[in-house]
Design a protein around this ligand. Structure first.
Ligand SMILES: Cc1ncc(COP(=O)(O)O)c(C=O)c1O
Length: 369
């Protein structure tokens, strides 16, 4: 069992290292004041300090269900299982389906790869194209898989977003093969142009839709959820109970209090979309200026720019970069090519983006000379 490169890196970087590694939000954009008020309100009632139910705090489940329904995906609170981040949601589903075969994207989210390994799942990786997963190969693979794991919105690590047509094709293929879908969607609200219909919405009885407040509110809260048909949710509850009894009642109430002002949340989401798009454009401009050999596709949302330096061993490069105070994640960590790299563009300030890319350039120049 290998540890996550990112989590290890986070432990070993010094405070002056510029990190393009983790999928971290911009600290300056956390709704700090509003969450302070929500925390105060949540603690008004001593009940907040009591044990809670394993499926989650009912008012929060109602708020999440309403959010889905408003977006045209009819959902009841019984369709929601609150989890300690969407990472736990994925782990619960995979413990239940322990040892099952699963079709995944190539490259894919590192934290998911580890969950599949720990649960002895047999993975088949299908490459991504600009529009989403390769459809013919996907169809052949799901004929032999019990599950499929996809991140259609601004995928981690590739930043790709599935077109609506691809989503419809995938739903049809999954329906025909009766393969269960795990749709991981922590970045779905971080679109720069327009939101996309989830695949789960087309396949509500055959899918687990994973959601999270980590990327849109705060990852420290550790509040995520699984949205699924009631019959799919039921057997998962015993796993949730065995893992941690329930997700922190305090943080669930903080989120619930915060969401009571739905206009303020919408405004916050809008700010994230605008600032993250600005940062993405800035990052791309700086890449062209300092690292013009880096080949990539501009993302339309999310947190990552993925691409490659042709023929460069990105694992060796990151070790040298670390010594020079800048870090990113090599694509091989996600099952990608040796010369591929994932950059996070949301966490660093504009100045840090420039300085970090200059540091990478100086390392590359040194290796060339
Ligand atoms: C695709 C994907 N799924 C799940 C997670 C885990 O998020 P959470 O903080 O909700 O556990 C991440 C975090 O980076 C992610 O990128």
């Amino acid at each position: 069992m290998r540890r996550s490169f990112i989590r290890e890196i986070l432990e070993h970087t010094s405070s002056d290292t510029i990190s393009f590694a983790g999928g971290l939000p911009d600290v300056s954009l956390f709704p700090h004041k509003e969450l302070q008020t929500a925390t105060h309100n949540a603690l008004e009632n001593a009940e907040s300090l009591q044990y809670g139910t394993s499926t989650g705090y009912t008012p929060l489940k109602e708020q999440i269900a309403e959010h889905y329904s408003e977006r045209g995906f009819p959902t009841a609170p019984e369709n929601i299982l609150i989890t300690s981040g969407s990472q736990q949601g994925l782990d619960i589903i995979c413990r239940y389906h322990c040892g099952a075969s699963i079709t995944i994207e190539k490259p894919s989210y590192l934290g998911a790869l580890n969950v599949f390994r720990l649960n002895s799942m047999e993975t088949t990786s299908i490459p991504l194209t600009e529009n989403g997963i390769k459809l013919e190969a996907f169809k052949q693979s799901i004929a032999k898989s019990k599950l499929a794991y996809l991140i259609p919105d601004f995928q981690n690590p590739s930043g790709r977003c599935y077109t609506d047509k691809t989503r419809e094709n995938i739903a049809k293929m999954l329906e025909d093969s009766q393969t269960l879908l795990i749709e991981d969607a922590p970045y779905s609200e971080l679109y720069f142009d327009a939101p996309h219909k989830s695949i789960s919405q087309i396949l509500p009885k055959q899918s687990y839709h994973l959601g999270s407040f980590s990327k849109v509110l705060s990852p420290a809260l550790r509040v995520g959820w699984i949205r699924a048909d009631v019959e799919l949710i039921k057997p998962l509850i015993a796993y949730k109970e065995a893992m941690d009894l329930h997700t922190s009642g305090i943080t669930q109430r903080i989120v619930s209090e915060y969401l009571k002002d739905s206009e303020s949340f919408e405004k916050h989401l809008q700010i994230l979309r605008v600032v993250y798009q600005e940062k993405m454009h800035y990052f791309c401009k700086q890449l062209e200026l300092h690292l013009p050999d880096f080949e990539y596709i501009e993302p339309k949302g999310g947190m990552f720019i993925y691409g490659k330096f042709n023929g460069v061993d990105s694992r060796a490069l990151v070790q040298e970069c670390l010594k020079n105070g800048v870090v990113f994640v090599p694509g091989v960590e996600f099952g990608g090519g040796n010369d591929e790299i994932r950059f996070n563009f949301t966490h660093s300030s504009f100045d840090e983006i420039t300085e970090g890319l200059k540091r990478i350039k100086s390392v590359i120049d040194l290796t060339k000379s």
